[in-house]
Design a protein around this ligand. Structure first.
Ligand code: SF4
Length: 409
């Protein structure tokens, strides 16, 4: 069968699609861009906008592939299965049990098989999936979240925390063919067998690989974690922390389980244990009740942390969450204005982090167009034909417009 995939949403969704594609190829099917007998939309519902895009994708792909078997899975399908059916989906899977979903699709079986996320207890080991020009692979070791941050719908859609035990995770890492592997999950800080121990085992099982961790809550970073992780030779000195706000009152309303002091402790520890460490973060602007003064505190805290990059999102309501019915909603225009101001500061911090790399020698993994240093700065290749390899290069300068490092061999 010729099968087309369309994936929306986060890294974990991308990875789950890549794992389903790999499984289908193993079974003799072909992944295509056009001429599909079956279309899979792996949907997202993290914001109202992602749910809208998921609906739009289903409609568009139906039109573009008349007569194809339409299967929809992922968080939006989990949240609104009736809507997916109304739009013409023949098979509806949710945010779990990807292999059963594939089995049903291969058998041409229609119906809804979303299950109740609250009842999920077992992790699903999908193996590592290679994405991005065959150089970078992702391994999901954790699913679910039970933090119930006030703005987030994920715990309702993905169910409780389930972790892949260390041994099978390390075996899957050893089997991965890509030179770089990112260990990821929906809420990696909740990994139940110890993140430091997992890194140690993966480092031993796959000694030649470059390793990275996906997004982390700051509470995952303590002295013990840093001591263990710093001994894993392949681990890159780049950590992505979810900050969301740099103001304690806002963090409390968000229901986050740390304050700025705890967050900053994580930043300090990472810098103490990892040389030239890149620390990136996520930020939400215009959360309900965020005053100008609270936002100013966030800007000040961002500056103190000296992030090398920040992903900034204007707050977006998600039906069914506590925050969606909170008082003192911030006008959309102001949420965007604050996002733009935060982005300006983030760009300034990023430029100074890039400038500090000048003169260094770094092992860069070159992908299709660009490469990345261990601390996750983008690097222009010094010459063509570098894709797929790790090369030591000299950092000669910075392209401040494209935010990339300029390198020479
Ligand atoms: S930690 Fe909070 S924001 Fe992250 S997935 Fe869980 S509930 Fe959502």
């Amino acid at each position: 069968m010729n099968i087309k995939f369309y994936t929306l949403g986060c890294r974990v969704n991308q990875l789950e699609s890549a794992a389903m594609e790999a499984e289908l190829k193993k079974r003799g099917h072909v992944i295509v861009e056009s001429g599909a007998d079956a279309v899979v939309v792996n949907s997202c519902a993290v914001t109202a906008e992602s749910a809208r895009k998921s609906r739009q994708a289903v409609r568009r792909l139906m039109k573009e592939n008349p007569g194809a078997f339409l299967a929809v899975c992922g968080c939006w399908a989990q949240a609104e299965p009736e809507e997916a059916e109304k739009l013409g989906a023949m098979l509806i899977g949710g945010s779990g049990d990807r292999m059963a979903f594939i089995d049903a699709m291969c058998a041409g079986a229609g119906g809804t098989m979303i299950g109740d996320p609250k009842k999920r207890r077992e992790p699903e080991l999908l193996g590592s999936a290679i994405m991005e020009g065959r150089t970078r692979a992702y391994l999901k070791v954790e699913d679910g979240c039970q933090n119930y941050c006030s703005y987030c719908i994920i715990p309702f859609l993905r169910g409780p925390v389930r972790s892949v035990p260390i041994d099978p995770a390390a075996r899957a890492a050893a089997e991965c063919a890509a030179p770089e592997l990112t260990i990821t999950g929906i809420e990696l800080a909740s990994y139940q067998y110890g993140l430091g121990e997992l890194l140690k085992a993966v480092g031993k099982a796959a000694p030649d690989k470059r390793l990275r961790l996906g997004s982390l809550e700051p509470r995952a970073i303590d002295e013990e974690f840093c001591r263990t992780a710093a001994e894993v030779a392949g681990l890159c000195p780049h950590f992505h922390l979810s900050l969301q706000s740099g103001c304690d009152a806002t963090l409390r309303r968000m229901g986050r389980c740390y304050d700025t002091a705890r967050f900053y402790r994580s930043v300090e520890l990472l810098r103490e244990y990892f040389d030239n460490c890149g620390i990136t973060a996520d930020l939400i602007t215009g959360f309900p009740g965020e005053t100008e003064d609270e936002f100013a505190q966030t800007l000040e805290f961002m500056e103190k942390c000296a992030f090398s990059h920040v992903h900034i999102f204007p707050y977006s309501e998600r039906k069914g969450t506590k925050a969606a019915v909170m008082e003192n909603s911030v006008p959309k225009k102001l949420r965007e204005e604050r996002a733009a101001r935060a982005a300006e500061l983030a760009a300034r911090m990023e430029r100074s982090f890039l400038a500090a790399q000048k003169g260094s020698e770094q092992d860069v993994l070159f992908e299709t167009r660009i490469g990345h240093t261990p601390n996750y700065c983008a690097v222009e290749p010094p010459c063509p034909g570098m894709a797929g390899s790790i090369k030591k290069v000299k950092i000669n300068g910075v392209d401040m417009v494209n935010m990339t490092l300029i390198s020479a061999i």
